[in-house]
Write a protein that binds this ligand. Structure first.
Ligand code: ADP
Ligand code: MG
Length: 268
């Protein structure tokens, strides 16, 4: 379950003091409107800098997610915001990022952001996967893929796996944020994840597929049977997400994931 979002001023004084050890005095802060998961997500101003602070209560299951997010940061491509510090104080786990002055990406058909989104993902696809402990795609989706399909997700590419438009900030380029689920796996999995989000924004399955083929060599080369195994597993994952928390957008993602699966099965 997400943490209720609080404002900077609602943090315990000792937690704010611990942050100010790194930043200097905070003069004002503005809570981010988007993103539902973090207990605090705010743009924080000091006398001479602006940064982005994210945090969760240390005893919340999500503190582990935030730990992963901090651990992967040094290995991310240059377009991803740098982690500045990580503190634990007064029952809070807080991380500070370089602030990106951008807006969320627009994924609708014809959007001028799409080439920037593609470039940011290609940049990620081309970096070496760091030699640190990471979740593996075959484990992430093992409960959902058939036993025969699971080995098809194995690979050695660093994947983001949550390529929603609110996790991509746009300036003159695309910046991939919210690294809660870094995963090691087959390179074409991220393009497959992005395709569903393009469909959510109004692309048809064939047009999202064709676009991704042009942008991502890994997608153009993805074996049919492997994509089929993942698409089935991903559809079952979204079914479960929508069942556990039947919000309209989750039910829509589950519907789109099945629509995509049908397309993939029948496209030849
Ligand atoms: N480095 C950053 N600079 C500026 N804004 C950011 C930054 N990181 C996140 N945001 C904003 O805060 C929102 C929530 O952050 P995110 O990392 O996605 O957390 P959540 O886990 O709450 O989804 C993002 O959608 C974006 O609008
Ligand atoms: Mg987010």
């Amino acid at each position: 379950m997400p943490v209720d979002r609080i404002h900077w001023d609602d943090l315990p004084l000792a937690a704010r003091n611990a942050v100010e050890q790194h930043t200097g005095p905070v003069v004002r802060a503005k809570t981010a409107a988007a993103g539902a998961n973090s207990g605090i997500a705010a743009t924080v101003h000091t006398a001479d800098a602006i940064l982005f602070v994210k945090g969760v209560p240390s005893d919340h299951p999500q503190a582990r997610t935030q730990q992963r997010e901090a651990a992967i940061n040094p290995y991310l491509p240059p377009s991803c915001p740098r982690l500045l510090w990580h503190v634990q104080a007064a029952g809070w786990d807080l991380i500070g990022y370089e602030r990106i002055l951008g807006r969320h990406a627009e994924y609708t058909p014809g959007s001028p952001d799409l080439p920037l989104v593609a470039r940011a993902l290609v940049e990620l696809q081309n970096i070496p996967c760091p030699d640190i402990e990471l979740k593996r795609a075959e484990d992430r989706w093992s409960g959902y893929a058939g036993l025969a399909g699971i080995e098809q997700l194995v690979g050695d590419t660093l994947l983001h796996t949550d390529l929603a438009p609110h996790n991509m900030l746009i300036t003159t380029r695309g910046h991939l944020i919210d690294w809660a689920w870094p995963t090691r796996g087959a390179a074409w999995i991220d393009p497959a994840v992005l395709i569903l989000r393009l469909m959510e924004a109004g692309h048809s399955a064939p047009s999202a597929d064709a676009w991704a083929r042009e942008q991502f060599p890994t997608w153009a080369a993805a074996p049919d049977a492997s994509v089929l195994a993942f698409s089935g597993a991903n559809a079952r994952t979204w079914d479960e997400i929508a069942r556990n928390d039947p919000q309209v957008w989750k039910k829509n993602m589950s519907h789109l994931a099945h629509h995509w699966l049908n397309y993939w099965q029948s496209r030849r």
